[in-house]
Design a protein around this ligand. Structure first.
Ligand code: MG
Ligand code: ZN
Length: 223
């Protein structure tokens, strides 16, 4: 039997990077700051957006959302309750978003009316880190129920992130999470990483994240 070897991996990535660069250009032209929100299933990505988007509205920063899921519109429906434009992308099996999907999402949003674009990636701590989307800022959500060793076990995800949100801190007493250990692991991967302990449920520290985003938007406008 002959062995057929088909090399597509590298080309796929090259193509992805090209489209990511196009996305970046389009978003820049429209003066949109964009955030790729990553994290495991159930870490609280959508719950964070539900608390964060009203905060951004208060600051007169108009938002748009691209929701990535393998199937279903559960998250898209939750976000649309906030009265912001949202595009739900179903990957049909793929466990991450790719630049082409963001391109499609962008084409379906009124970009001139948006200042801040959230992309909620498919719940997964592995391959979303491998696919550039063309956004300005990578954020990983890790909840304390997932354990404090997550950065050490999924190094790529944390090493490409600007911000890590440690969610569900309202459960600290029950879970017994060692935040210093988590922080040490994360800082070893990226010394300048910003760590925000948060409870999307109670709203604790959501404002800190809103402050961070507002600052990044202001800096972007200066440059
Ligand atoms: Mg979600
Ligand atoms: Zn994947």
């Amino acid at each position: 039997m002959t062995l057929k070897k088909i090399e597509i991996g590298e080309n796929l990535f090259v193509k992805n990077d090209e489209i990511a660069a196009e996305n970046r250009k389009v978003l820049k032209e429209h003066n949109i700051f964009s955030i790729n929100l990553m994290g495991g299933p159930g870490s609280g990505k959508t719950a964070i957006l539900e608390k964060l988007i009203p905060q951004m509205k208060k600051r007169k920063i108009s938002c748009g959302v691209i929701e990535g899921d393998i199937a279903g519109t559960f998250d898209g429906e939750r976000i649309s309750q906030l009265d912001v434009p949202v595009v739900q992308i179903n990957t049909g099996g793929a466990c991450h978003l790719e630049a082409m999907m963001i391109k499609k999402g962008i084409e379906n949003l009124a970009l001139s009316e948006i200042k801040l674009l959230f992309v909620e990636n498919v719940g997964n701590l592995v391959c979303p880190a491998e696919f550039k989307l063309g956004v300005d800022c990578n954020v990983t959500v890790s909840s304390i129920t997932e354990g404090e060793e997550k950065p050490a076990k999924y190094p790529l995800m944390f090493s490409i992130s600007d911000v890590v949100i440690i969610n569900k801190i309202d459960l600290s007493e029950v879970v017994g999470f060692n935040i210093d250990r988590f922080t040490d692991y994360a800082k070893k991967l990226k010394s300048g990483i910003v760590i925000i302990p948060m409870s999307a449920k109670t709203g604790e520290n959501v404002e800190l994240f809103a402050d961070y985003i507002e600052k990044r938007i202001l800096n972007n406008e200066k440059n």
